[in-house]
Design a protein around this ligand. Structure first.
Ligand SMILES: Nc1ncnc2c1ncn2[C@@H]1O[C@H](COP(=O)(O)OP(=O)(O)O)[C@@H](O)[C@H]1O
Ligand SMILES: [Mg+2]
Length: 359
């Protein structure tokens, strides 16, 4: 099981060596990616048996690898088992083969467990090719962090509530399959594309952990002395304190995401310290010192109830997800907010193409 400390406040730890996708073996040492196919258009490399990776269209580079745009290679025979052989756009996640903390196969197993869930990208392929482990999933739209930037880093009460309502539903589903996510943050929630653009998807299960044995229903035991796993900015207080994470910690992170969107930031952002550990301790000090009342000041009182409920959950408690969503619905009623999928970005992005193919 991975147990990885974080290195930066809003970034998950980068444990892998930096690498570039290349069709040339550097110094003839590493096995090379397949060279561009003579028959395929420029910038495309056949990967994962059925797909073409466009190495000029990077979708993101996370802590553990890089993600590229790709398509199903419809010129191939025998592809009818993949989306009926129809043109399909995908995201291709690469991880260097032999990475210190390989996570892609683990991630693919979790996608299989979550298969067919609402807001879960479909997994098309996972395997090793050349010097990369490769994971192929549905292409999605921009992340909530991208959209937050797009909207000048403030979301209205309506947008924040609509988002968090979906985030709770996603995490409830993940929990129902016996996993906790452990890296809840706006970068790991992406909107869908085309007719799925109102659905918020959850991705990035590299740090996820099974918290319950599916056969015995036994919850993992309480432990402490653990190193910080996840992303400091959104980590729960107990995670900072080294306590084993459970369902409550995913929810506490969702609560911080809510306040991040509403306030335009969190009081523990921008903390500086010479050593990383010192920085994390300072962040947690501020988290502990900031009362729920002051964190939520200026926003509907019910949000305080929401946060208190989450902070009061015990280690192995099953959160009452419906109760939390009910609080959001009550706020919505009070402020005449309709769950109509009219987000702050909806009008603005109508004629806007996000990072080329992201929308
Ligand atoms: N299916 C996808 N469709 C579109 N963009 C994606 C997709 N998967 C990942 N990305 C982009 O790449 C970034 C990093 O992906 P992620 O799986 O979270 O990697 P890491 O584990 O390195 O954080 C995401 O925040 C997002 O911007
Ligand atoms: Mg990520």
């Amino acid at each position: 099981m991975l147990n990885i400390p974080v290195t930066d406040t809003n970034n998950t730890l980068n444990t892998s060596n930096n690498f570039v996708l290349t069709s040339q073996p550097p110094n003839n040492q590493t096995p090379m990616m397949p060279t561009p196919n003579q028959n395929s258009p420029d910038n495309q490399i056949p990967v994962a048996e059925y797909f073409l990776l466009n190495y000029k269209q990077k979708l993101g580079s996370g802590a553990f690898g890089q993600i590229y745009y790709g398509t199903l290679d419809t010129s191939l025979p025998n592809i009818s088992h993949i989306n009926g052989g129809n043109p399909t756009e995908v995201a291709i996640k690469l991880e260097p083969f032999g990475a210190k903390h390989p996570q892609l196969f683990y991630e693919s197993k979790i996608y299989m467990t979550l298969e067919n869930g609402i807001g879960i990208p479909k997994l098309y392929w996972c395997g090793t090719q050349g010097n990369y482990n490769i994971l192929v999933i549905d292409l999605l739209g921009p992340s909530l962090e991208d959209l937050f930037n797009f909207c000048e880093r403030k979301f209205t009460l309506k947008t924040s509530i609509l988002i968090v309502d979906q985030m709770i539903a996603r995490i409830e589903f993940v929990h129902s399959k016996n996993f906790i996510h452990r890296d809840i943050k706006p970068d790991n929630f992406l909107i869908g594309r085309k007719n799925k653009k109102n659905t918020i998807y959850v991705i990035d299960f590299g740090l996820a952990k099974r918290y319950k044995d599916p056969r015995t229903n036994m919850h993992i035991p309480y432990r402490d002395g653990k190193s910080l796993t996840g992303t400091a900015r959104f980590a729960s207080i107990n995670t900072h304190l080294g306590i084993e994470q459970s369902r409550r910690d995913d929810l506490e992170s969702i609560a911080y995401v809510l306040m991040y969107f509403l306030r335009g930031g969190l009081p523990w952002q921008g903390v500086k310290a010479k050593v990383l550990n010192e920085k994390y301790n300072k962040i947690n000090e501020i988290k502990i010192q900031t009362s729920i009342e002051s964190l939520c000041e200026g926003f509907p009182k019910e949000i305080q109830t929401f946060m208190h409920y989450i902070r009061d959950l015990r280690f192995d408690d099953k959160p009452d997800y419906n109760y939390l969503r009910k609080i959001l619905r009550d706020i919505a009623d009070q402020y005449n907010i309709e769950f109509d999928h009219n987000y702050d970005w909806t009008q603005k992005t109508k004629n806007y193409s996000f990072n080329k193919d992201k929308m």
